[in-house]
Write a protein of this length. Structure first.
Length: 134
């Protein structure tokens, strides 16, 4: 089986070493986003205790990310076509790592919500690239 990354003559065979690396990168990239959502939901009681967040702040901690994510998902395809899928995917992973560090260092619930809303600006465009980053 082959998959075209969108560039003329740029085919990746899944049975090749390069194809397996592309598949591994896409699975790990998707796994990061899923893991992040799970960790945030599990950590909500600790976030409330540490930051003194009320129930509304905890809802916005989750919803800020989700709303921005949903709004920007389709933009990912456009950016991948324009700037290259691999480049957009890597940028999204790096942004995700930086935003995760900032979320961990948030001094209060408002900062956590703001960083959570900014995180998907680049990260959410990355999942669109995953099937085609070869």
């Amino acid at each position: 089986m082959t998959w075209n990354s969108g560039l003329a003559g740029d085919w990746v065979r899944y049975r090749s070493a390069a194809g397996r690396l592309v598949l591994l990168a896409t699975v790990l990239g998707s796994g990061l986003v899923t893991l992040d959502a799970t960790v945030v939901n599990v950590a909500l009681p600790a976030i409330a205790a540490e930051l003194g967040a009320d129930f509304t702040s905890l809802q916005w901690t989750v919803n800020a990310y989700t709303l921005t994510q949903a709004a920007l998902l389709l933009l990912g395809g456009v950016l991948g076509d324009r700037y290259g899928r691999r480049r957009v995917f890597v940028l999204g992973i790096l942004w995700f790592a930086a935003a995760s560090v900032l979320c961990g260092a948030a001094p209060n619930a408002r900062a956590l919500i703001a960083i959570g809303a900014v995180n998907p600006i680049v990260t959410e465009v990355s999942p669109v690239q995953k099937p085609t980053i070869g």
